[in-house]
Each structure stands twice: as C-alpha cells, then as structure tokens.
Design a protein around this ligand. Structure first.
Ligand code: 164
Ligand code: MG
Length: 321
C-alpha cells in the first residue's frame, strides 16, 4: 500500500506558446508523491491537456480528492481511461519508486526544437542555429493567414541549413485545400519531415487520403491523444506517424503493450510538463525500440529555471490536499 499526497501547481511558460488552439501562457497541473511502506518515494505529474481530450485540471483535482489513501497497486491500475493524465501520473510515480538509477538525460541532438511561432522565429533564429544542438526543428502553422505563413516559410527555409529536418504542426487548423498546398510545397522542398495534424480529428478520412496522395509524412497528434484512439486509427488503416504525448495518453503499461502489438511509427512529444512528468515520459520514450525520430521534448526549457526549489516550496507552502 502507498500513502500519497498531491499539490496543484501553476508555472508560467518561459515563452508563451502560440498555436491554432490559441495562446498558452501558464502550465498548470498536479504533482503527486507516493510513499511505500519501506519509505521509498516516487513522484508523478498530472499534466492535463483538455484541448487534446484529456481530463481537465478541475476534474483531475476532484479525482485526487476522492481517491483512496493509502493506494493499492490494483487501484492504480484501475484508474478509469477517462482520466489519462491521472493514469500516467500514478503509474509513473509507482515506476519512479522502483527505479534503481534515474535514466540519463539524452544528448540535445535527440530532441526536436520547437521554434517560436510565425515571424517571432526570426530575431532568435541565428542564436538557435548557432547553438547547433539538434538538426530537427518544429514550427507551428495555421496561426496566421496562409499567404502570410507561406511568405514567412520561404524566409525561414532560406535561413535554415540544408541538412535540417523541419516539422510543421497545424494543430488541426488547415482546410483540405490549404493542406494540399503545404503538402505540395513539402514534397518539393524536401526538408519537411512531416506535417502534424493538418486537419481536425473529425476529418480523419481526408487525412488518410492526403497521406496517400503526397510523399511527405503526415503525423496524427490530436487524433491519437489516447490509447483507444491510437488503436482505432491503426485498425482503420493509418500507417503514418503517431505523435504520442505520454503524459495524456493514459496507462504507461497500456502504451507499451500497444507498441508491442502493432508496428507503430511513434514520435514522442511533450505536453510542456515539468521535469517530473518529463522524466517519466522520456524514460518511456527511451524504451521504445525505434530511434529514428527526434523527441518532441524541446531542447529549450519550457520554464524559467531561476527557481530550482519550486517543488520544495510547493510542498511546504501550499495546503496538503
Ligand atoms: O511536440 C513537440 O515538438 C513539442 C510539444 C508541442 O509541439 C505541443 C505541446 C503541447 C501542445 C501542442 O500545442 C503542441 C503540439 O501540438 O504538439
Ligand atoms: Mg502537435
């Protein structure tokens, strides 16, 4: 049995993230602390992303307030799939408890760098490229108008070295006609690794058709936000890329079982979680046998690290909930 505690947190993003979903300025979530009878401690993070279909923060808080304490292993693995961020957090805290030595941080070259959206990329691009930490970058599209973004894109690829791979993420904000324009350009310019979620999840069949009409890869993200959706898309014929955000996908064991059951082409991606959730998600990503895709966990920091004691302060200052 495991006694556990939780604390709700809010952390401002170092650089607000502008996407088709809107402007994201503050990451909020819940840190959980599991304690075994022999005193071992395991940490986990509930990092909801409701616009991708996970539970909301308030639903996760209510879930935690009603969850038994102490917890049994059975109750951890019985967390309903309607709470995927909670499933991830409690299973990763249990694994964290049993980890002998923490997995080593990967080299920066293994990560994809999330570039600032739109024209905001240009003032800092030279510094980002000079740091030369990775050759995979991601840039958000479907935020400005298509003509504006095509102009910015031309300017961007003129400034990028030829060897790099660029991922374009539309967050489901393009029309079919706009998707075809981007895919045609991508097929011609050859530096686009994939276009992520060009259409909304409701237009899954149209994305399947696009994946057959163009050579540039299409990656589903919002369409495959949890285990059930991943399996359903594969069974309905999707053989393209699956962007996996472990922190909201649900059971860690369930995800392992899925990639052993189907030959999935996975790209692991962050939900801008704190280092607690990041550590568990990256530990899982390092178990995944295929290594050809850079990890969407950003070489850059999502948070201002000038407050390294944020967790300790959270635990001592906020009320025990
Ligand atoms: O996947 C990455 O390279 C970084 C993470 C990332 O792009 C995202 C994180 C969280 C919400 C989304 O707007 C966005 C995504 O759509 O993938
Ligand atoms: Mg995405």
């Amino acid at each position: 049995m495991y006694f556990w505690q939780f604390r709700v947190y809010q952390r401002p993003l170092l650089r607000p993230l502008q996407t088709h979903h809107g402007l994201w300025q503050i990451r909020e979530g819940i840190i959980i602390r599991l304690e075994a009878e022999d005193g071992r401690i395991g940490w986990g993070e509930i990092a909801p992303l409701p616009e991708f279909g996970s539970e909301t923060l308030s639903a996760a808080i209510l879930f935690c307030q009603n969850l038994e304490n102490p917890l049994s292993i059975t109750s951890i693995f019985s967390i309903p799939e309607q709470f995927p961020a909670c499933q991830f957090a409690f299973e990763s805290a249990l694994e964290d408890l049993n980890i002998e030595n923490q997995s080593r941080e990967l080299e920066p070259k293994n990560y994809s760098y999330l570039l600032p959206t739109g024209a905001a990329v240009f003032p800092c691009l030279d510094d980002i490229l000079a740091a030369n930490q990775t050759n995979t970058y991601k840039w958000k599209i479907a935020v400005n108008s298509l003509p504006q973004e095509l102009k910015l894109f031309e300017k961007l690829i003129d400034r990028l070295p030829r060897k790099i791979k660029l991922r374009l993420d539309a967050n489901g904000g393009l029309s079919i006609a706009e998707s075809k324009i981007w895919l045609k350009i991508a097929d011609e310019c050859k530096i686009i690794e994939f276009i992520e979620q060009p259409l909304p999840p409701s237009q899954w069949l149209e994305m399947l058709q696009l994946s057959q009409d163009f050579t540039t890869g299409i990656a589903l993200d919002e369409s495959v936000a949890n285990l059930r959706q991943i399996e359903e898309c594969y069974q309905r014929g999707w053989r393209g890329i699956f962007v996996i955000k472990p922190a909201i996908t649900g059971s860690i064991q369930g995800l392992r079982n899925l990639w052993k059951k189907y030959p999935l082409d996975l790209v692991f991606s962050s939900v801008l979680e704190t280092n607690i959730g990041r550590k568990s998600a990256l530990r899982l990503a390092q178990e995944y046998p295929r290594k050809e895709r850079a990890l969407g966990f950003g070489v850059q920091q999502w948070f201002n690290n000038s407050d390294p004691d944020w967790l300790e302060k959270l635990w001592t200052t906020s009320a025990n909930n």
